[in-house]
Design a protein around this ligand. Structure first.
Ligand code: PLP
Length: 443
């Protein structure tokens, strides 16, 4: 009997024993194509020697030094590299161990910023429905996924949730994508006015929504208008690129493609590429200075922040992305994947939308293409697709929508950046076989 506490208590999981490129191997010798990189984690694939050597070398040199006393060479070098490529005036990097820690730190930094600025009445966070920012209490409060929040309601912070930018579902007839983008962004202004501008501290959003909406990119102009509204009311903009960042969408930071600069930016997953648990929160000089010139102490911290081995892994990963010119590869292979998905599923009666950027792609599953009605949640389409794909040797990331069943099911694909055309074809074949098993064949 296993003593590991698994996510699904009754699941009998195969034991992973190895990884090679885009493949994972279990103890029975079965091979699985890692079509979602875990959940957008394994961006360099498995067994990348440059990263494993960097991790081993750092372990031999220095495993740990507490950041209350000492910094370390890899943490300094990784911060320098990230800031050299970061959008806007992001100037400081706060290392953590994962995505929830990054968003949790961002929420606390935003709050402390306003306390230091002498505006302690600013404590309200505005976020979006159908979003995910992590599973710790603050991060979960920010997230808009009802299924994840449901039983923790009494513990959660009072966060406002506005509608996401969801062109496939919400753009009206006759409205251009740009017009829709502006209209969707104006929901932020309405909420600020509703709750009182003087009480709002920050707005948080994922530039390209991952887990809860399946690679949902914003309409053109959405984030520019969001930035304008934040500036107008003096509100901090926090972008959560935990899933969509680190090259996943074809630019090192996803927000670069929307011409928007955040005050605080969260990254994780692809930063360590699975070789080490690491995340980071980047903030602007103005935010940092408010603390540095105020109390001089960010009232936050965890034992493992800035871990030397984790930052050494992150340094090797980001260097690999940049030095191997993986960003252009992501854009190119992303087009190959999108084209293959459209060719295979474009006419499928249960495929409503195929979308995304770079190697971050989503398929929205619907019961009816014309009405866009989702499947009844009781049919558990996402869970069945996940199981069927896994049985056929494909790891992908099907998720069902909110608990009210409003937006149904989708499949998220986020394969390693090294995926080849042949492997993309295998991925699409396996997914097709799973779709046929669960939904029937496309005509
Ligand atoms: N933010 C986003 C956008 C995510 O997708 C996730 C995880 O899926 C998180 C935060 C939480 O990250 P972690 O699971 O590393 O705590």
């Amino acid at each position: 009997m296993s003593h590991v506490f698994p996510r699904h208590c009754h699941a009998q999981l195969p034991t992973a024993v190895g990884g090679e490129g885009v493949w994972l191997i279990d103890s029975e010798g079965r091979r699985y194509l890692d079509g979602s990189g875990g959940a957008a984690v394994s961006c360099l694939g498995h067994g990348d020697r440059q990263v494993t050597e960097a991790v081993k070398a750092q372990l031999d040199k220095l495993a740990f030094a507490h950041t209350g006393f000492l910094t370390s060479e890899p943490a300094e070098a990784l911060a320098d590299l990230l800031i050299a490529h970061a959008p806007g005036d992001l100037d400081r990097v706060y290392f953590v161990s994962g995505g929830s820690e990054a968003t949790e730190a961002a929420i606390k930094l935003a709050r402390q910023y306003w306390v230091e600025k002498g505006q302690p009445q600013r404590s309200r966070l505005i976020a979006r429905r159908q979003s995910y920012h992590g599973n710790t209490i603050g991060a979960l409060s920010a997230g808009g996924n009802e299924w994840r929040r449901q039983q923790f309601g009494p513990l959660l912070l009072d966060v406002s949730h506005i509608d996401p930018c969801y062109e496939y579902r919400d753009r009206q007839e006759g409205e251009t994508p740009q017009e829709y983008g502006i209209r969707a962004a104006e929901a932020l202004r309405e909420e600020i006015e509703r709750v009182g501008p003087e009480t709002v501290m920050a707005f948080i959003a994922e530039p390209v929504v991952g887990a809860t909406a399946g690679a949902l990119a914003p309409a053109p102009g959405y984030y520019q208008r969001i930035r304008e509204i934040c500036d107008e009311y003096g509100i901090l903009l926090i972008l959560d690129e935990v899933m969509c960042g680190m090259g996943r969408t074809g630019s090192l930071f996803a927000c670069e493609q929307d011409g928007v600069n955040p005050d605080i930016l969260c990254i994780a997953k692809g930063l360590g590429a699975g070789y080490q648990p690491i995340g980071a929160m980047l903030c602007s000089a103005a935010v940092y200075d408010a603390i540095a010139q105020g109390s001089g102490f960010f009232q936050h911290g965890h034992t493992y922040i800035g871990h030397p081995v984790a930052t050494a892994a992150g340094l090797a990963v980001v260097s690999a992305i940049l030095d191997r010119d993986l960003l252009s590869r992501i854009r190119q292979k992303g087009e190959v994947l999108q084209t293959a998905l459209e060719a295979r599923f474009g006419q499928h009666p249960n495929v409503g939308d195929i979308r995304g950027r770079g190697l971050f792609r989503g398929i929205e599953i619907v019961a009816d293409r014309d009405s866009k009605a989702p499947f009844d949640p009781d049919r558990k389409i996402a869970a069945r697709l996940k199981k069927a794909a896994f049985a056929k040797g494909l790891i992908c990331y099907p998720m069902s929508g909110t608990i009210d069943g409003q937006h149904g099911d989708h499949v998220l694909l986020a394969p390693p950046f090294i995926i080849t055309d042949e492997e993309i074809a295998i991925l699409v074949d396996c997914l097709d076989a799973a779709m046929q098993e669960v939904l029937g064949a496309a005509e």
